[in-house]
Design a protein around this ligand. Structure first.
Ligand SMILES: [Zn+2]
Length: 294
């Protein structure tokens, strides 16, 4: 596979949809790998079969998506990507550039949560803010968790590295870090936070609304698309509180299915837009088919 000539390497990983007057572009930051041992379930074999039945790669691929939002001449980003030494991810800035957008043009960053695959891109290689003009919005319980000394002490060594990263981000952005909860309403034109705690204590989704249209963008509600829609009780080892994460998943999937909402997610297969349909004891994801945005 490595020797396959990458003829179309310049093709950019960006895909646009419209929600009323708001333009939203899914930008693929790259990918990482998961393992079946990341799954928390009493029937991991069944989970693995569901994954493989969809012809998905082994080890399982973790798609990493960010979302660019243009509303009333302003630009927001949902999450900031994951620059890593392996370079399989961290392509957000390069892809923004291909759209003619520089980091300084972004005025708002809306965080789903602060795990490294969503927040590491907030700092550049010199540990300065990648986005010099942006305010960074996150749920108040998320900020409290990452600054909590008890939570830091209880974390594994790798976990503690993540706490250190978040603390460096908080220091680098200073006053431009803004904490909020669902009461805050629309903090960017047409966009408001929906609380989905569990994966992390302040984990959030963002609801985009314009006219009669809407889109719900979630963070880490689903890591394994072939497994967790069908079996929404299935958790991952990265959930800070697995029971709460399962509750949040079931609540948001029911909400999306009942309202026939267009959804998108950080780790749904790029470009990740689609609908959730109730099915048997769980749900099914129906990817949105391409249609022109003009
Ligand atoms: Zn994630």
């Amino acid at each position: 596979m490595n020797s396959f000539p990458n003829f179309f390497a310049k093709a950019r990983s960006c895909y646009q949809v419209k929600v009323g007057d708001i333009a939203i572009c899914a930008i693929n930051d790259g990918f990482d790998y998961l393992a079946f041992t990341d799954i928390v379930s009493n029937d991991r074999d069944l989970c693995q079969r569901l994954h493989e039945n969809e012809f998905r790669s082994v080890p399982p691929l973790l798609t990493i998506n960010c979302f660019l939002i243009r509303s009333q001449d302003r630009l927001a980003l949902i999450d900031a990507g994951y620059p890593t030494p392996t370079k399989t991810s961290g392509k957000l800035i390069e892809h923004l550039d291909s759209l003619g957008i520089q980091p300084a043009d972004i005025d708002t960053i809306l965080m789903t949560h602060m795990h490294a695959d969503h927040s590491a891109g907030l700092l550049d290689a010199e540990e300065r803010p990648t986005f010099p003009n942006a305010k960074v919005f996150l749920h108040k319980d998320e900020l409290a968790y990452w600054l909590d000394e008890g939570a830091f002490a209880r974390a594994s060594q790798v976990g503690q590295d993540e706490f250190r990263l978040v603390r460096r981000v908080v220091r680098a952005y200073g006053e431009r870090i803004r904490q909020l909860d669902a009461e805050a309403g629309q903090i960017f034109p047409g966009v408001r936070l929906v609380e989905t705690p569990g994966h992390t204590p302040g984990h959030a989704a963002w609801l985009v609304e314009s006219g009669s249209e809407s889109l719900l963008v979630w963070g880490d509600i689903i890591h394994f698309p072939a497994i967790q829609f069908a079996l929404p009780d299935t958790c991952v080892v990265y959930d800070v509180d697995a029971n709460a994460a399962a509750d949040a998943r079931k609540k948001i999937l029911a909400f999306a299915a009942e309202r026939k909402l267009l959804v998108a997610g950080s780790h749904l297969d790029f470009p990740s837009f689609g609908h959730v349909i109730a099915s048997h004891t769980g749900y099914r994801f129906v990817p949105e088919v391409w249609h022109p945005t003009e």
